[in-house]
Write a new protein. Structure first.
Length: 250
């Protein structure tokens, strides 16, 4: 299992929900943190909370629907000289639930793909070469298990696209110490999941983070976080490393 103490991790959507819980968890493991939100002021609490755990941290901001804003955030991180070892692409947006799904506007797809596919992949493309040059890196892209729900077509299509490109690019890194995988937190009571979701946000940990700690040199997989609920981190990593390396196809 990877020891993340002293390594730098970028977490998108870190100011609340599963992103906030992930930041606290990573800080408790000794990781230094770059905390993204749409407005750096939104990260004040999580920034204070992780620093209180003894790690280094700073906040960055970007509007993930705007590629130029994402690039500016990445340039800011580079300018600080931070060596990013781990990326947790946690942030996402479920744009709408369309009961009249045959009237879904094209804008649902536009905004969903920009936030849920384009932004995380811009971040991946930026850091993967640097990780490969150093010989170490972990990226975990957050996906969704939504299926057979045309009411959420923009969101589910964008996550399906993220799955495909993560799987494809991940296979280019198989056998190396640069690993890129996917996690599905399950339906949780977050701002995105809503109050009627069956799972508490805490149930997604440590499952959403196993990809950051695994050491089996395999990439392109999807891990269902709810399958690890109640396990320790070590138990979760051991279980995840037994999962077939093949990408699950519906």
């Amino acid at each position: 299992m990877v020891n993340v103490k002293g390594k730098w991790a970028l977490i998108t959507g870190a100011s609340r929900g599963i992103g906030y819980l992930s930041a606290i968890f990573m800080a408790k493991q000794g990781a230094n943190l770059i905390l993204h939100s749409r407005d750096a002021a939104h990260s004040a609490k999580v920034l204070a909370d992780v620093k209180a755990l003894g790690v280094e941290a700073y906040a960055v901001s970007a509007e993930l629907s705007e590629p130029d804003s994402v690039q500016q955030m990445l340039a800011e991180i580079d300018a600080k000289g931070t060596q990013v070892d781990i990326v947790l692409n946690n942030a996402g947006l479920q744009i709408a639930y369309r009961t009249d799904y045959l009237a879904t506007p094209y804008t649902d797809y536009d905004i969903s793909f920009r936030i849920n596919t384009v932004a995380p992949m811009l971040i991946c493309y930026h850091f993967l070469p640097k990780m490969a040059e150093r010989g170490f890196g972990r990226i975990v892209n957050t996906t969704s298990g939504i299926d057979l729900e045309p009411e959420q077509a923009g969101y589910s299509a964008a996550k399906a696209a993220l799955n495909k490109v993560t799987h494809d690019i991940g296979k280019m890194y198989d056998g190396t110490d640069v690993m890129i995988n996917l996690t599905d937190p399950g339906w949780c009571r977050t701002d995105l999941g809503g109050p009627n979701a069956p799972n508490a946000p805490e149930s997604a940990l440590p499952g959403v983070l196993v990809g950051a700690f695994m050491d089996d040199k395999k990439s392109g997989r999807i891990f269902s976080a709810q399958e690890f609920t109640g396990l320790t981190l070590a138990e979760s990593v051991a279980k995840a490393e037994q999962q077939d390396s093949d990408y699950p196809q519906r």
